[in-house]
Design a protein around this ligand. Sequence first.
Ligand SMILES: Cc1ncc(COP(=O)(O)O)c(C=O)c1O
Length: 394
Amino acid sequence: MRPSPIRELFPMTQRPGMISFAGGLPDPAIFPVEEFAQCGSALRDQGKTALQYGASEGFRPLIDELIKRMEPLLARPFRPEELVIGSGSQQVMDMLARVLIDPGDVVIVEAPTYPGALHTFRNSGACFAPVPCDEDGMLVDALPEVVQRCKRQTGRLPKLIYSIVNFSNPAGVCLSLPRRRRLAELALSHGIPVLEDDPYGELRYSGAAIPALFSLADSGIIFASSFSKILAPGVRVAWAIGDPSLIRKMVVAKQGMDLCTSMVTQVLVAEYCRRGFLETHLGRIRSHYAGKAEAMARAFRKYLPTGSIGGADPEGGFFFWRKLAHASSRVLFERAVEEGVAFLPGSAFFPAPDEVVGEGVDGDPFARFCFTFASPSEIEEGARRLARALAGHD
Ligand SMILES: Cc1ncc(COP(=O)(O)O)c(C=O)c1O
């Protein structure tokens, strides 16, 4: 068991007076507490069902709400057997890992990627083949060579490709449409399934949406998303869509984990969607977070020395991902915490050298800054403190 590098740093980022760009958290100031409380009345009508154990695949009215939401987004009709509800996308990944991954299997991941995914796949005994990214996401053309190398070194094909296609955590970039097409093609021709993890796709603040990978392929893609970023992480409700035989196996894996996701929460979330609250809330948080992204871009331009930190501003999601010109992000993190501002050092987002097949990537020059949690005035003050830490660093 390797502890999560992010959770290890959390105590330092939560000292009194600290401005935190570290956790990838939505803004609690905009949680729809009132609307959620109103949905509590649904428990009066459906309480008898809700307060019993539910079906492991999920609460049927919530599955129906999700089908209504997903059909236009994924450009296909769905049957309930193609969906499973999980306790967060973290559990969705775990279900899939338990179904697909045997010890020693290789998972192809973007470099950088979400550490929680590394953690889950690692728990199933996986090692990793990292594929570098640029501003258009994963360098998909490198995949054939990565697959061949994996075959040479381990004697087997990679078991899974894991991609955060929209506003990735941490890089904030989207996989471009040509690369999505190529990825769908390559995955199919090699017979390697892709987990399209998409918790940030609906949080676009500028630019045009790109079709989901799922909608570009006839088979082989498992799509996952979550209410954590668009509603609140504490609800712990997420979903996966895929081939019914694979979904069935994931449901069986889930039975061994928690029998079913809290039915009480599922009733509340289903009611929240049914009443149309989610659409209104999405509109509200998109403009709220767009303002914060702009505040961070402005503050970084104003306070950080020119050339000290490079990278494009994201069009959505939660994160700024920056390359430091002269600094180690680990060392800068310690100085920044002394100045009263926290972020996450880049190495957390890459697999460790001893679990990599092929070449690893050094994460130390990179840093992730979450812009959704802090207030605009904290963002401004945080950038000032960061500038002091950078000055001390040089
Ligand atoms: C890319 C990605 N996938 C999955 C998760 C986990 O989300 P959940 O709260 O739904 O388990 C996160 C959370 O930060 C994430 O960034």
